[in-house]
Design a protein around this ligand. Structure first.
Ligand SMILES: NC(=O)c1ccc[n+]([C@@H]2O[C@H](COP(=O)([O-])OP(=O)(O)OC[C@H]3O[C@@H](n4cnc5c(N)ncnc54)[C@H](OP(=O)(O)O)[C@@H]3O)[C@@H](O)[C@H]2O)c1
Length: 295
């Protein structure tokens, strides 16, 4: 684990007045600067980052990106099965555990600096669906794998373990739609998935750990880095034409959130303009600076 410390603001930094990270900000210093660095000491400049749900579609991308940035990060992944571990390369930095069982995730979390949570209950399609009939497929959750168990208890277990291990930042990917109890996603498999996701988000926001909650729009398997990203709050983006986002862009946003003070203690909706309109987002510090909601 990289030994990290914050450079005293009096030496090199000014204050970020609204951040709980700076409870000691003296009067008059506020607003002069809005970020600070978590810097390394004791010879190591890398931070160890665990992505859970690393076998999932967005989690895989995060894990790969962390590995590609090995000068900055020591990557770890958490998956549920040996098959998932093999799918993402089978390296020793991939741990196997089930987030519903706290004991099984402790070794993966021990010694990390930051945690990116990309686990989620996944509904299954009921057998017998015939697309040619024009009807809609029906979905269900397996016993013990309802959103309550995965998106609430499972995320809570991760947050608790991270807090006990002294983890310095948690990035949690949730979903847009959570302000509407009657959102259609809540009725899938009678799982109330957005309700349980929201409960975990609230638990994280109340945990005292620096956090970033990313509520993604409809996920798409498209190239990242080629669209202008849009941040919003309270599901306002759902009322617009720009309600989707590439998984690759969500993954990049998760990792960028580790680098900027502007991303901490914030929650936001995330979508993008269609490719070819707007300017592809490169400056994540500016993107995170647009957000002022803590939840
Ligand atoms: N689909 C959308 O349009 C959409 C929109 C907005 C937000 N989101 C949210 O964005 C996030 C990423 O979505 P995604 O589609 O990339 O995810 P995904 O492919 O569905 O991956 C979810 C991962 O969670 C893992 N998982 C489930 N239960 C687990 C448990 N008990 N212990 C450990 N791991 C467990 C799964 O492992 P296994 O592979 O072993 O099952 C899977 O790898 C999710 O939170 C999702 O709800 C999705």
């Amino acid at each position: 684990m990289a030994a990290m410390t914050r450079v005293p603001f009096a030496a090199t930094h000014k204050c970020y007045s609204n951040s709980p990270a700076f409870p000691f900000c003296p009067p008059g210093k506020a607003k002069k600067i809005r970020r600070f660095s978590v810097v390394a000491v004791s010879g190591s400049s890398k931070s160890t980052v665990l992505v859970t749900g690393a076998g999932g579609r967005t989690g895989q991308i995060v894990y790969k990106k962390l590995k590609e940035r090995s000068d900055q990060y020591t990557a770890r992944g958490l998956v549920r099965t040996v098959e998932s571990k093999e799918k993402i390369g089978g390296e020793d930095d991939v741990y196997i555990g089930d987030i519903r069982n706290s004991e099984s995730i402790l070794s993966a979390i021990q010694g990390i600096d930051a945690l990116i949570i990309l686990t989620s209950a996944v509904p299954k399609m009921k057998p017998g669906f015939d697309p040619s009939t024009g009807g809609r497929p029906e979905f269900y959750f397996e016993d013990g794998a309802f959103p309550e168990q995965v998106d609430w208890i499972g995320q809570k277990n991760q947050i608790d373990a991270a807090k006990a291990a002294g983890v310095k930042q948690i990035v949690l990917v949730g979903s847009m739609g959570g302000t509407n109890l009657n959102h259609p996603l809540n009725s899938i498999g009678n799982g109330k998935i957005l309700v349980w996701k929201r409960k975990a988000e609230q638990y994280l926001a109340d945990s005292g750990i620096p956090y970033t909650i990313i509520r993604a729009g409809g996920l798409q398997d498209k190239d990242g880095g080629v669209r202008e990203l849009l941040v919003g709050r309270d599901d306002e983006l759902l009322e617009t034409e720009t309600r989707t986002i590439a998984r690759a862009d969500v993954a990049e946003t998760c990792i960028q959130a580790l680098s900027f003070e502007e991303a901490k203690f914030k929650a936001f909706d995330l979508a993008s303009k269609p490719e070819g309109t707007g300017t592809p987002t490169k400056d994540f510090e500016a993107l995170f600076s647009q957000i002022n909601a803590r939840f």
